[in-house]
Design a protein around this ligand. Structure first.
Ligand SMILES: Cc1cc2nc3c(=O)[nH]c(=O)nc-3n(C[C@H](O)[C@H](O)[C@H](O)COP(=O)(O)OP(=O)(O)OC[C@H]3O[C@@H](n4cnc5c(N)ncnc54)[C@H](O)[C@@H]3O)c2cc1C
Length: 400
C-alpha cells in the first residue's frame, strides 16, 4: 500500500494552503481576541468564498453538491484544515454535521434527505447530535435514560442530554432514545430527527468548557426533551437501529478527527521549531541548541509521522473492507493520536514559554479545547480496553 499523497491530493493541499493564507491567516489574531461568535458575519463571508471552491463539503459525493473526495483524500484535507481552529467550519465539514450528513445520506428517507440533508450540504442550516446524558456514563452507550414512546403517529421524547456540540443555532438534533426497552441491549435505542423549534425541546445552556462557553457551532450545550413530539416518520434508519447507526457514524468520523488533530500537531510543531530556532536564550545562543528542546522536536516529529501513517492505514482498511473490518485500527488511532496531540501541544507551549500561554498563538486555545480529544468519541480507556480484549481473545482468553 502506498500512502504518499496522489497528485490530486497534492493539488488539494496546495489550493487549501493558498486559501488559508489569503482568507484565514489575516483574521486569526482577531478571532482569538474577539472570539468566534463576534466574528460570525465575517466567517459567513469566508464560508461563501470556500463554497466557490470545489472543496466545499468535500466528503459528500459530487452529485449531491459536495467535493466527492474518498475517505483517504478527505483525510489529507482534514489535516490541512486542522491547522486553523476555523478550517473545518469554513468548508462545511465541522463535527457533528459531517457525521450527521453521512448518516442521513446512508439511512435517510427521500423526504428526510430533502428536508434535512440537502440544506446541511448547502450550509444553510446546522445540526447537532444528542446522545450523552449527565446522569449516565457515556462510556457505556447502551445505558441511557432518554425514552421515545409512540403515541399514534408521533414519537414522544423525554430525557436530559448534555455535551451536544453546536446545538446553539442548530436547526435540528439527532436524538438517541430508548424505544424498545425489552430488546437485547444493542437493539433498545433508535435515532430520531427533532427540529430544535419542537415544543418541549429546550437548550438549557452552553456548558462552560475550561472557562469558555463559546457560542454557535463552537459550543457544547445541555438540553432537555420534555414530551417533545415529532412525527413517526422522523425515525432515522429502523426502529432499534440506534447503536448500529452510531457505530457506522463513528468509523469515518474518527479518521476525520484524528487527521484534524494531526493538522493541529503540525501547526504546533511549526510554531515550536520557529521559536526554538530564533529565540535566543543568551546572545548568539538559540533555544534550539539545548538538547532537551531538540529532543522535544525529534520526538514530536517521530510521533506525528507515526500517527499519520496509522490513520492513513486505518482509512485504507475502512475503504477496503468497511468500518467493521477496521475496528481494531479505529480504536488504536483514537487513543494514540489523542495522546500525541496532547504531548505535542504541551511541548510546543513549553518551548514558547510565557508566549505559549497567551492568545498570541492558537496553542493555548487548542490546549484547553482539545484536551477533550481523550474523552469524546469514546474515552481513550474504553478503546484501550477494547483493543486489549480483542488481542487477548486471540490468545485464548475467555470473557463474558
Ligand atoms: C468537547 C466534547 C464534545 C462532545 N460532543 C458530544 C456530542 O456532540 N454529542 C454527544 O452525545 N456527546 C458528546 N460528548 C460526550 C462524550 O461522548 C462523552 O463525554 C464520552 O462518551 C464519555 O462519557 P462521560 O463523559 O459520561 O464519561 P464516563 O462514561 O462517566 O467516563 C468517565 C471516565 O471514566 C473512565 N472510563 C470509562 N469507561 C472505562 C472503562 N471501560 N475502563 C476504564 N476507564 C473507563 C474514562 O477515563 C472516562 O473519561 C462530547 C464530549 C466532549 C468533552
Amino acid at each position: 500500500m502506498d500512502f504518499s499523497p496522489s497528485p490530486k491530493v497534492e493539488a488539494i493541499r496546495t489550493s487549501l494552503r493558498d486559501f488559508m493564507k489569503k482568507e484565514v491567516t489575516p483574521i486569526e489574531a482577531d478571532l482569538r481576541r474577539k472570539g468566534f461568535v463576534a466574528m460570525m458575519p465575517l466567517l459567513a463571508e469566508k464560508r461563501s468564498r470556500a463554497k466557490e471552491t470545489c472543496l466545499w463539503a468535500a466528503f459528500i459525493p459530487e452529485n449531491l453538491g459536495g467535493g466527492g473526495l474518498s475517505l483517504t483524500e478527505f483525510a489529507h484535507m482534514s489535516e490541512e484544515l486542522g491547522k486553523s481552529p476555523i478550517g473545518h467550519y469554513l468548508f462545511n465539514c465541522q463535527a457533528p454535521d459531517v457525521g450527521n450528513m453521512e448518516l442521513l445520506m446512508e439511512f435517510g428517507t427521500p423526504e428526510q434527505k430533502e428536508r434535512y440533508l440537502m440544506p446541511l450540504i448547502r450550509g444553510e442550516i446546522r445540526s447537532c447530535f444528542t446522545m450523552t446524558e449527565p446522569e449516565f456514563a457515556g462510556s457505556n452507550p447502551v445505558w441511557m435514560g432518554t425514552t421515545a414512546n409512540k403515541d399514534g403517529a408521533e414519537w414522544v421524547i423525554r430525557g436530559h442530554k448534555w455535551f451536544s456540540t453546536g446545538l446553539e443555532g442548530s436547526a435540528f438534533a439527532i436524538c438517541m432514545a430508548v424505544t424498545h426497552p425489552d430488546a437485547e441491549k444493542h437493539g433498545r435505542a433508535s435515532m430520531i430527527l427533532v427540529p430544535t423549534d419542537t415544543p418541549g425541546f429546550e437548550r438549557i445552556c452552553n456548558l462552560s468548557i475550561m472557562g469558555d462557553r463559546g457560542g454557535d457551532w463552537a459550543s457544547h450545550a445541555e438540553c432537555s426533551y420534555q414530551d417533545a413530539r415529532v412525527p413517526v416518520t422522523n425515525l432515522l434508519g429502523g426502529e432499534g437501529m440506534g447503536f448500529l447507526l452510531a457505530q457506522h457514524r463513528l468509523g469515518p468520523g474518527r479518521i476525520h478527527h484524528c487527521m484534524r488533530w494531526i493538522g493541529i500537531c503540525e501547526r504546533a510543531f511549526d510554531l515550536m521549531c520557529t521559536h526554538a530556532a530564533t529565540r535566543e536564550i543568551a546572545p548568539g545562543k538559540p533555544l534550539g541548541t539545548k538538547q532537551i528542546v531538540q529532543s522535544w522536536i525529534a520526538e514530536s516529529r517521530a510521533e506525528i509521522h507515526a500517527a499519520r501513517l496509522m490513520v492513513l492505514h486505518a482509512a485504507w482498511k475502512i475503504e477496503k473492507g468497511g468500518t467493521s473490518a477496521a475496528r481494531e485500527e479505529i480504536s488504536l488511532i483514537k487513543f494514540t493520536v489523542a495522546r500525541t496531540l496532547q504531548r505535542v501541544l504541551d511541548r510546543a507551549i513549553q518551548t514558547l514559554g510565557g508566549l505559549g500561554m497567551t492568545d498570541d498563538t492558537p496553542l493555548a486555545y487548542w490546549f484547553a479545547h482539545e484536551r477533550a480529544a481523550r474523552i469524546y468519541d469514546g474515552a481513550d480507556e474504553v478503546h484501550i480496553e477494547s483493543v486489549a480484549r480483542r488481542i487477548l481473545r486471540r490468545y485464548g482468553m475467555k470473557d463474558r
